[in-house]
Design a protein. Sequence first.
Lengths: 114, 116
Amino acid sequence: NAGVTQTPKFQVLKTGQSMTLQCAQDMNHEYMSWYRQDPGMGLRLIHYSVGAGITDQGEVPNGYNVSRSTTEDFPLRLLSAAPSQTSVYFCASTYREGEGETQYFGPGTRLLVL
Amino acid sequence: AQSVTQLDSQVPVFEEAPVELRCNYSSSVSVYLFWYVQYPNQGLQLLLKYLSGSTLVKGINGFEAEFNKSQTSFHLRKPSVHISDTAEYFCAVTRTLTGGGNKLTFGTGTQLKVEL
């Protein structure tokens, strides 16, 4: 299994541009999530999905959209990039085992908005 | 809602010395607890997790953590660190009810720097 994959690894945008961060997993996990990581703030949840066709907002959803048309893919869209969205973005999928759940993270996308 | 506090932003330690990275959490309901490690320019890797049962949890790379419900703590320990343990470590918590795995709450991280 490739696990959780993310593309691109790096991206530079100008303010106002839009783009889509791709995330895919081949483990047939139902749950997927997007986080952003900023210095001194840990990881914060942007959006999540409990299955194909179902998404919901996390802690910091403003400026981002998601969709989940298939179990495998969970893209994150920046509608109009702002410098405040400069960050490292991580996608995760969740494996449920008995009473517990474990999240597996992709390698991240480093985004710079000028 | 739950929260996680990692008391130390940086922990310097000499190689082969023991280390403890502290994590305290706050929650009104039962939780699952996790430690993740992030090596430079990489994603997060699961070190260990507490779901239920024994309060002493062993993970990869010789790390272990102890869940202390009365002190709401989940401190990470290693008896003898190696230079390759230099990384950032994140404590995280999620509720046990309603399949809370999508809503991990992370601490702000502890940078472990192992020196020769």
